[in-house]
Design a protein around this ligand. Sequence first.
Ligand SMILES: CCCCCCCCCCCCC/C=C/[C@@H](O)[C@@H](N)CO[C@@H]1O[C@H](CO)[C@@H](O)[C@H](O)[C@H]1O
Length: 493
Amino acid sequence: WSDTRIRKFKKEFLFGVATSAYQVEGAWDTDGKGESIWDKYLHDHPELIADGRNGDIACDSYHQYKRDVEMLRELGVDHYRFSISWPRVLPTGLTNDINEKGLQYYDNLINELLKYGIEPMVTIYHFDLPQSLQELGGWASPLVVQWFEDYTRLLFDRYADRVKFWITINQPSFCFESYGGITAPGIKSKGLGDYMCVKHVLLAHAKAYRLYEKEYKNKYKGSVGISLSLNFGHPLNNKTENQEAAEIFRDFTIGLYMNPIWSKYGDFPKTVRNRVMKKSKEQGYEKSRLPTLSSEEIKLLKGSADFVGINHYTSVFVEARTDSDEIFEVPSLQDDIGVLLTQSDEWVSGKSSWLKSAPYGIYKLCLYLNEKYNYPQTFVTEQGWSTGTSLNDRSRVDYLREYLIALLFAIEDGTKVMGYTVWSLMDNVEWNAGTSERFGLYEVDFEAEEKTRTARLSALVYKRIIQKRVVEKDWTPDSWKISITPRSERDEL
Ligand SMILES: CCCCCCCCCCCCC/C=C/[C@@H](O)[C@@H](N)CO[C@@H]1O[C@H](CO)[C@@H](O)[C@H](O)[C@H]1O
């Protein structure tokens, strides 16, 4: 990015931060909340948590939500993306038992946000399925589509008058970790259960979208989208086989979710269907391990989103391999894709092993989506950087600035982006990594009873970017104290 022209985010561009219920709320069994798959998984397997800290208490946002909103006001954000815990509002997962105290908690949070002019952006599902539904088959069962629709209706009935941004599901690609035995519920069904899960997640999303479209949209005028994990695969070099390998990788990691909703003909990408079918036959399966979508399902899915939520953290290089079955488990997504992934040693590393900074990845991703899906409406719903504990998070500042600059270039080249959301407002429970990887603009002292939150350098820098709508590479704050800027003053800046 050598040219020095100053690029600005428009006034209507929304800046925000994100969290999710399991990662911040704590209060795992308070006020009638049911057990989630993450409660069970980490209670049963404490040895899997890097530093032994699970989500039982986390940031205690269930009790400290007013402090969370105060931090949002200090940052001066336009929106706050948070998720609703399904088992907190429906302890059995089904609507036979509605937990009023759970619903009240989100009422309070939403009202507190609106009181200060902060737009709530609600994720309906962020990985924490009620354990009782897991025992009935979870996301591998087709019944989950109806369960999800019933749960969603409850939320729309209760909150749609105040919530204008809805995200049905966070990252359907969770299926590959959940059914790869890596994350809750820890089921090992690679190349089979994971694909069933993807199909049902997409259908659940589409049903929720159609429900809003039919019964709530006219009245409340909100938008419903889905957040996808869209990291970018660059070919390792210009060799044709690596270019093709990168395209296959993108079909499996982007197209698998985007094609059914955003492509002209719908359905999973042809390359993915053909590849999994061929491998399945070779492996002795009569039918493809990738479930088919019926013509009604294709119709239901096509066009079922007002925006695509982009969760983008990093990039990979993709290299063609012919011997993938010797490297990866068979069957598995990795074997079906059949490529080798690497990251450059020159990319700065975050605290998470997979997280390296390659800002041009978001630019390339945006242009790829524009070309492939005809300039879809997007919203960056997550982007973030992990460190250890320190208030001086220079590497996060660099990461944020460089990615935002790359995003400005993508906007200039025609990408339709409504807003940007930093993961995360504060340090939280990073799933199996516990609190060993910190993603927060605010540091959280998990040892302290009140889970004290303190602004990091990145919080001050992000506040400044939001105020000025430009990314100033050399700006440093005079003091590390953060305080609330009244909205009226902010709007004058
Ligand atoms: C020499 C070895 C080289 C290996 C190179 C291969 C590395 C591939 C890495 C690709 C990235 C895969 C993992 C990506 C994960 C993220 O996209 C995912 N974690 C995003 O999920 C959200 O992230 C937040 C932070 O992790 C999380 O807290 C939040 O709940 C998720 O929504």
